[in-house]
Design a protein around this ligand. Structure first.
Ligand SMILES: Nc1nc2c(ncn2[C@@H]2O[C@H](COP(=O)(O)OP(=O)(O)OP(=O)(O)O)[C@@H](O)[C@H]2O)c(=O)[nH]1
Ligand SMILES: [Mg+2]
Length: 192
């Protein structure tokens, strides 16, 4: 798939009509704080900082919609489970994410569950995978930051990740080194 245009559409904190715009399918990006959701979006769109990324976890606090090719949305979600965000706000963010994914009636055709390929899936990641499976939301697990794993150690690390996530499809990725972009875009295209 060729990306011909990408623009920020809207950031939302509660409900909003954009969620139920059924004329445009949505691709959701979830994962723990600082795993690189915003960076992965930028890499897929070949844009530097359209989705704002930061080394300080907890950067994204709204659900951000990016209109791609005038036909579908990339949806950048706040990260789950990072200690630097105050507890009350964390709780609110998790509720907002859960509501968006499972209750809001958004036309989500694919969810990218980002995990840190160097660290492997956390319990929270596995919980998200379980919830998506139960909720019948189609997803793919994307192992970002694979560049942090030594080249020779990659096959073993990938095997171990696959063992933990079970049947879910898995794509190793690096937003920093532009790895895995073709594979992910192909997967998205299949769902549109
Ligand atoms: N080594 C490496 N670092 C990366 C990669 N992708 C992102 N990062 C770094 O990880 C940090 C977090 O990136 P973000 O894209 O802001 O992460 P996020 O998941 O959107 O974070 P929140 O919005 O806080 O949930 C930044 O310092 C990025 O430079 C990657 O593929 N490899
Ligand atoms: Mg972000």
């Amino acid at each position: 798939m060729k990306i011909t245009s990408a623009e920020f559409a809207r950031g939302i904190k509660g409900t909003d009509p954009i969620i139920n715009d059924t004329s445009k399918p949505q691709i959701a990006f979830v994962g723990r704080s600082n795993v690189g959701k915003s960076s992965v979006i930028n890499a897929l769109l070949s844009r530097k900082n359209l989705a704002r990324s930061s080394s300080a976890p907890g950067k994204t606090r709204e659900i951000n919609f990016f209109l791609v090719n005038d036909t579908f949305y990339f949806v950048d979600l706040p990260g789950y489970g990072y200690a630097k965000v105050p507890d009350k706000e964390k709780e609110k963010l998790v509720k907002h994410i859960t509501w968006y994914l499972f209750e809001a009636g958004a036309p989500i055709v694919l969810t990218l569950v980002l995990i840190d390929a160097y660290v492997g899936p956390s319990d929270k990641d596995l919980g998200m995978i379980e919830a998506l499976t139960k909720g019948k939301v189609p997803f793919v697990v994307v192992g970002n930051k694979i560049d942090r794993v030594n080249k020779t150690a990659r096959p073993k690390q990938i095997k171990e990740i696959i063992k933990k996530i079970g049947d879910a499809p898995f794509i190793p990725f690096s937003a920093e080194k532009n790895m895995g972009i073709e594979e992910v875009l192909r997967m998205i295209e299949e769902k549109l």
